[in-house]
Design a protein around this ligand. Structure first.
Ligand code: SF4
Length: 324
């Protein structure tokens, strides 16, 4: 068994997070057995890596040092990251490089569409770094990518995991109007922890973004995710679930926060698999159509299979409503 997450801030990582370089080191809790994953060694993994490299694409799987990369890439399930590898925010939980990004690559949308075809993806997840330097926060680039995939691979369903577009007016609307199948925007944590964990974002703005998707296009599935283990209470998580339901969110993901380096926010505790099960039960009782809550759940983990379940759940709910 191998643990993929680095504990020390190596010189290369210090360059990835210059704003964190002078922060004091935090203690790193020893990971419990249920967090450990296998090293990525399969042929499928190597094939996915080659496609990603050859096309010069960026994935959140690599940039965020996701522990699931071996399992996901073996099944050709990679989550593409638009707009480069450098983020203009500096969230306390995130391993993505921070700094001033380069210019937008206009060929990126086409290359991602080509990769979708080459990998034979039935369902693709597209995310991006935060691009607060762009007037639309990168919204138009999401639209171009959705269009390029629709053109080259019309049967592929598209899930987007967006930033908040820096509250730019009209930005989210053009993305909603491009009609992705799933619109995901993560709330990440409870409102009390926003200033320390997600200082560049505002809880109610993120919540309102999800609500606006439903108002503008009620058929579009909405999804959001939380990390746990950052010091939140169970009551706070339940309040966020209620907020999401009021905003019409249908799919909830909850996973364990893992600390990328000693300079990032510390893991306060490891939530047990039984506690995750309890969160799932509560979330389903609150009306979410689909819930994925396990220690290794990430927004895009098993996204293809879960999308099929989500669609089925909505059909069943609609049928049941008709009967009553
Ligand atoms: S869970 Fe998502 S980010 Fe992690 S490896 Fe799988 S597809 Fe990539």
């Amino acid at each position: 068994m191998t643990v993929l997450i680095d504990k020390k801030l190596r010189p290369s990582q210090a360059l990835r997070h210059p704003e964190k370089a002078n922060k004091p080191d935090t203690d790193v809790l020893r990971k419990p057995a249920w967090i450990r994953v296998k090293a990525p060694t399969s042929k499928g993994f190597a094939k996915t890596r080659k496609i990603v490299r050859d096309k010069g694409l960026v994935t959140v799987c690599q940039e965020a040092a996701c522990p699931n990369i071996g399992e996901c890439w073996e099944k050709a399930h990679a989550t593409f990251m638009l707009l480069g590898d450098t983020c203009t925010r500096a969230c306390a939980f995130c391993n993505i490089k921070t700094g001033l990004p380069g210019p937008v690559n206009p060929a990126e949308a086409g290359e991602i569409a080509n990769a979708v075809v080459e990998m034979g993806l039935k369902h693709v997840v597209i995310t991006s770094v935060d691009r607060d330097d762009l007037v639309d926060g990168g919204a138009a680039h999401f639209v171009d990518t959705i269009k390029a995939i629709r053109e080259k691979s019309p049967a592929t369903t598209i899930e987007i995991l967006t930033p908040d577009f820096l509250r730019q007016s009209g930005a989210a609307e053009i993305v909603i109007d491009a009609k992705p199948d799933v619109f995901n925007h993560n709330l990440e944590t409870v409102p009390r922890l926003y200033l320390s964990i997600r200082p560049g974002a505002r809880y109610y703005h993120s919540l309102r973004l999800l609500e606006r998707v439903k108002e503008r296009d009620p058929d579009q599935f909405t999804k959001s995710g939380l990390m746990v283990g950052l010091g939140e209470s169970k009551q706070e998580i339940m309040q966020v679930m209620d907020d999401m339901r009021v905003a019409g969110v249908e799919f909830l993901t909850i996973g364990q926060y893992l600390q990328p380096t000693r300079k990032h926010a510390a893991v306060k505790r490891f939530v047990t698999p039984d506690e995750f099960k309890a969160y799932e039960t509560i979330a389903r009782a609150k009306g979410f159509l689909m819930v994925s809550a396990t220690p290794l759940t990430r927004s895009s983990y098993h996204a293809d299979a879960d999308f099929a379940k989500l669609r089925t759940a909505r059909q069943e709910k609609n049928l049941a409503n008709k009967r009553h």
